[in-house]
Each structure stands twice: as C-alpha cells, then as structure tokens.
Ligand binder design. Structure first.
Ligand code: ZN
Length: 366
C-alpha cells in the first residue's frame, strides 16, 4: 500500500485527482477507499478518533459523497448529480472526495459523463472509483486513474477475522471462509445463517446428483428457487423496515389509508425496492454459479491429484464419485459452461433457460 501512505503523508501538497481500487466483491475495496478518504481529511492522517475521521466512517462528512447502488446499473442522472457536486468545492476540509462504489455498473454513456469530470478536474477534488478489475472501466477512464489493486484475503485470514471480530467458532469459521472463497460478507452470512448454509449445500448436492435430462431440468428449477429464497431473505426484511420508516416519517400507522398526496412517495419506494429485488435475484444466481464453479474446481483438484484442500470438503465423497466418473477434459468443459452461464445471466438472458442449459451440460457422462 506504499502509494496510499505516500499520498497521505504529502496530502498538504496536493493529491492525485483520481484513484481506482480494484478487487473482487468482498475484498474490502470500498472500505479501503473510505479509509483513504478519512486519512486525507484527518489532520493526523487517519487517527480514527477525531471528528473528521468519525464523520467519514459514519458517512456524514460534508466533503465526502459515496455513490453506492442497489441497482444493476448506476443511472446517468446519479453520475450527473455527482459531477455537479464535484464542482462545489469542499466545505470543512481541503478536499472534496467522491467515491463510486461499483464503477463497473456504468454504461459507456454514463462513463463518458464521468470522464469529462476526470479530464477537467476542479481543484482539490478527488475521485475514488471501485471495481472488480481495471478491465471493467473504459480505457479513457483507466488512463486517468492511479490504480490500487487489492489482493483477495487468504481463507485463513478471513477465518481468523470471523473468529476475532464476530466470535464465530474456529472450525465453522474455517469451513465458511473456504466455502465463501474468501468473500468476507458471504462467509459471515454462511456462519450466521443455517438457512443460507443449507441452501448452498442443496445447490451443490443437486449438481452432484445430476443424471438424466429430467433431473437436470429439476435441478435448474431448484437452483432458481434457491436463488429467489436467498434474495428474499436479504430483501424482505429491509423492504418492510423501509416502509415502516416511511409511514412513520409521514405520521401514518400500518394499515391506515395513505392520503392521495402521499401515494407517489410510496410508489417510488416500491419501485426502488423492485429494482433492488431484480439485482438481488441476479446476485443470488451468480452466487449459485460461483458455488458450482468451486464444486467442479474441487472435482478437477481430485482428478489432477493436486493435493490442495477442497473448498467443499464436507461433500468429498460425492465429489470423488464425479471425479472418478469423468475426465479432466470434461470437467474443464463444465467449468467453461458455468462461466458462460454467468455471462448470460449478467446480460439478462432468461434465467431458467440458462440454468437448464447449464444443468444439462453438467450431467454425469453416460
Ligand atoms: Zn482523524
């Protein structure tokens, strides 16, 4: 992290105006961007306790704006607003800092709005973009940012974090850290929700038991419903909390008729929640596919006698059977099919059809 430390040390003499933090989801890239912002605004270079530091970490610092999205895509209006914001200058500190959490979720048109701001940066404005990889951004944007690449934390490091920070029992922590492939948020969810854990297990068991075409259709259907349940578990509670909160803001009670003048606010909330549900389902499907990737990587590990630990060690005997009953080439082909399904689901091809096609290609060879 040398260049960040250097930037913080020399912050009084100016800071480069655009940064890109890359790393897979769960690697802590947006946390790092926020910490960097705090360090640049703190007179001690990030003491963690002063007013500036506290405001930055709680998201209330007037000079730091974070754009995070629950949607599949960041809208062009959101970016326009942020760009307008960037010309306001800072109010309490030296810098005005704008953080875009999922900079990969912008269309080219939206990216070009941002590009204008990066080309002619207002003085003392700092942009911090976060994305899975550099390749997720337009080359014109890439050429203007300083890059900070985060490494995926090791399985051991994630397990240790769960033990120390969340009081998770060490054996369970090690298991979920491996299963979540070092995604910190996912590991914590698996550790604290038996339902999430059993949904993951069901997904993998049905893949291990794929035989004929009809069992493939059945599995695809099951995966879709597991993804829905997983998405619901994450959104339903939040949806109702938000509604209750909105009712309270307007002085209404649950079940009371909403006056016509206030209806549009509820409509807006419902629409935002619907958009979030769409993304949530897509994220759920992607998690399933990532889990399936880990399963067939385990199969390949056994076929190659690679001697590295399995991600899904508790399913070892089923994995062994699939490894014995197929060739390395077939497993590689399956891994490619899963990667293809991830791309298709990302580009909105019908979910069930994509899963069915995948399940058919994952069947044990006859
Ligand atoms: Zn401080």
């Amino acid at each position: 992290m040398g260049q960040l430390e250097t930037a913080v040390k020399n912050r009084d003499r100016g800071v480069h105006h655009a940064w890109l933090f890359t790393g897979p989801p769960g690697s802590g890239r947006s946390n790092l961007a926020v910490a960097f912002a705090g360090a640049l605004l703190c007179s001690d270079g990030g003491c963690g306790t002063c007013k500036n530091c506290r405001m930055v970490t709680t998201g209330t610092h007037p000079d730091v704006t974070v754009l995070s999205t629950e949607r599949v895509q960041i809208s062009i209006d959101e970016v326009r607003e942020l760009v307008t914001n960037s010309y306001l200058g800072s109010s309490v500190g030296k810098y005005r800092i704008l953080i875009i959490e999922d900079a990969d979720r912008m269309t080219d048109r939206t990216s070009n709005v941002l590009l204008k701001a990066l080309e002619e940066p207002p003085i003392n404005t700092i942009w911090m973009l976060c994305a899975p990889s550099e390749a997720d951004l337009l080359p014109t944007i890439r050429s203007r940012v300083r890059r900070v690449a985060l490494k995926v934390p090791s399985v051991e490091a994630v397990a240790q974090l769960l033990v120390e920070r969340n009081g998770i029992e060490p054996k369970l922590a090690a298991q979920v850290a491996a299963e979540a492939q070092s995604h910190i948020g996912m590991a914590l969810r698996l550790a604290t929700s038996t339902e999430a854990r059993s949904r993951r297990r069901e997904t993998l068991l049905s893949a291990l038991n794929l035989r004929g075409v009809s069992s493939a259709m059945f599995a695809a259907d099951q995966w879709l419903s597991i993804a829905k349940k997983d998405a619901d578990a994450l959104t339903v509670l939040r949806d109702s909390e938000e509604r209750t909160q909105l009712l309270a803001t307007m002085g209404l009670k649950e079940g009371e008729t909403i006056p016509p003048a206030l209806r549009s606010s509820f409509k807006q909330l419902e629409e935002a929640q619907k958009r979030r549900a769409t993304r949530s389902l897509r994220d759920g499907l992607d998690r399933i596919l990532v889990d399936l990737l880990s399963l067939y990587r385990d199969v390949l590990t056994i076929q190659l006698s690679a001697g590295v630990p399995l991600v899904n060690d508790d399913l070892r005997s089923g994995i062994q059977d699939v490894a014995d009953g197929s060739t390395q080439a077939q497993t590689l082909e399956k891994l490619e099919r899963i990667a293809l399904a991830r791309k298709r689901i990302d580009s909105n091809v019908q979910n069930l059809l994509t899963l069915e096609a995948l399940a058919v290609s994952l069947r044990a060879s006859e």
